[in-house]
Design a protein around this ligand. Structure first.
Ligand code: C2O
Ligand code: CU
Ligand code: CU
Length: 464
């Protein structure tokens, strides 16, 4: 019954009875993350709750949070009637814990569970999501935030996780079927018609004027690139995809590809009675996806934005990047361009035969997961990849198990420092990435527009 003493007045007990030992009970169970069907209120009042698939009965799933350098243990219990798995996006973990059904583990069958247990080497903003038929399972709600705290976090008044998503609703706010439809796959992907932040259509939270807030933005949508604008706040980017930037960059716009994260530190500068806003810039205008009604407070700070401590990523130096073999990866296909021909499961096929097999994209002439890795490298090698988007659509390319340096053009010592796990390429854009392959195992590289990944834009590398 030890637990009961620790209830409402734990503080008092701790203060008053210093001699009592609070050793962790030996029966402590592994925390469970249950995947199951449920219904949640995503649409405005007046609509019925939307049937979804969810972790922990909520959408997004519960915020999982732990300190840098600690281990995270989660027993994922599958109460769905279909197999699933969980990927811990952006965490540089052991390959066996990466959660990729069909590559690093078997999918978790209905009624079964899988124990994930991994170390959290880096502080920052991450997320978790299904990695089995993710184009369907993520769209149905199987995603949530994963936050790793610095030992010595920057001084802020509030720390808010904002998980952005979109949903394709029918008239009655049920989710439209047609997951992975080729019509979506060959275009932008499954773009929804209802945007939510933390599962709400109009998320808001009152803030005192002058408050300094850390905002952790996560794009959990299947395919939507958010182009955000900030109003009523002075903001600086302090981390990208979990990784601190070297100097905070002041900005009032943020582009967020699917799976990308941006940590901002903002000062609320709007006056009492006004609102500070995060707006999504859409074709028909800007609309607020999150608002902070401003209450009485103080003058905003005049101090500079803090810099986050760097994470222990082993960075390649410039000579090793420039000396590394350049691996070209061409992004091909999709509506308006098409593919003349590509390899698929060991066969050279023309565009029409590929489409019949659900393939409408290719990476350097290969559509879909190849038998052999795109690249096999020895542990510790510096890898340099040139990504060229030869398509008419944007793509957010994601590498598992590593973060990479991102260069707008060719790598250069004076290029801005950007360490990411997902890079957004607009139509016609070219970008180079470089990283030290220091994490052994089989790791996916794929487009995080999930319909694109399912229809050809997926390959893998092996680090031995
Ligand atoms: Cu967040 Cu392979 O994905
Ligand atoms: Cu990932
Ligand atoms: Cu894509």
């Amino acid at each position: 019954m030890g637990q009961a003493y620790l209830g409402p007045n734990r503080r008092q007990v701790l203060g008053g009875l210093a001699a009592v030992s609070f050793a962790r009970p030996s029966f402590a169970a592994v925390p469970e993350l249950v995947a199951a069907q449920t219904a949640v209120q995503l649409a405005p009042e007046g609509y019925a709750p939307t049937p979804v698939w969810a972790f922990g009965g909520q959408v997004p799933g519960p915020v999982l949070r732990a300190g840098q350098g600690t281990r995270m243990q989660q027993r994922v219990v599958n109460k769905l009637d279909t197999p699933t798995s969980v990927h811990w996006h952006g965490i540089r973990l052991e390959n066996a814990m990466d959660g990729v059904a069909g590559l690093t583990q078997q999918a978790i069958a209905p009624g079964e569970s899988f124990d994930y247990d991994f170390r959290l080497p880096d502080a920052g903003t991450y997320w978790y999501h299904s990695h089995n038929r993710s184009f369907e399972q993520v769209a149905r709600g199987l995603l949530g935030p994963l936050i790793v705290d610095e030992a010595d976090p920057p001084e802020v008044d509030f720390d808010e996780v904002l998980m952005l998503d979109d949903w394709r609703f029918a008239q009655d706010a049920t989710l439209m079927e047609g997951f992975g439809a080729l019509m979506d796959a060959s275009h932008a992907g499954r773009i929804g018609n209802w945007v939510t932040v933390n599962g709400r259509g109009a998320w808001d939270k009152p803030m005192p004027r002058g408050a300094r807030v850390r905002l952790r933005l996560i794009n959990g949508a299947n395919a939507r690139v958010f182009q955000l604008r900030l109003a009523g706040m002075r903001a600086a980017v302090v981390a990208l995809d979990g990784m601190p930037v070297d100097t905070p960059q002041e900005t009032d716009t943020v582009a967020l590809a699917p799976a990308q994260r941006v940590d901002l530190i903002v000062d609320i500068v709007a006056d009492e009675g006004e609102e500070a806003l995060i707006l999504s810039q859409e074709r028909d205008g800007d609309y607020a996806v999150a608002s902070f009604p401003v209450e009485a407070g103080q003058e905003p700070r005049s101090t500079e934005f803090p810099t986050l401590p760097p994470n222990p990523v082993f960075l390649p130096d410039m000579p090793s990047i420039l000396g590394a073999t350049m691996h070209e990866m061409r992004l091909e296909g999709g509506a308006m361009r098409g593919i003349a021909s590509a390899m698929h499961q060991g066969e050279e096929l023309d565009g029409r035969s590929l489409a019949e097999r659900g393939m409408v994209w290719a990476l350097s002439g290969v559509a879909g997961m190849p038998e052999a890795p795109y690249l096999e490298v020895a542990r510790g090698e510096t890898v340099r990849i040139g990504l060229t988007n030869d398509t008419a659509w944007p793509h957010g390319m994601h590498l598992h198990g590593h973060h990479f340096l991102e260069f707008a053009g060719a790598p250069a010592a004076d290029a801005p420092f950007r360490l990411r796990d997902t890079t957004l390429l607009g139509p016609g854009e070219r970008r180079e990435i470089a990283f030290v392959a220091d994490n052994p195992g089989d790791w996916l590289i794929h487009c995080h527009m999930l319909e694109h990944a399912a229809s050809g834009m997926m390959t893998w590398i092996r680090v031995t």
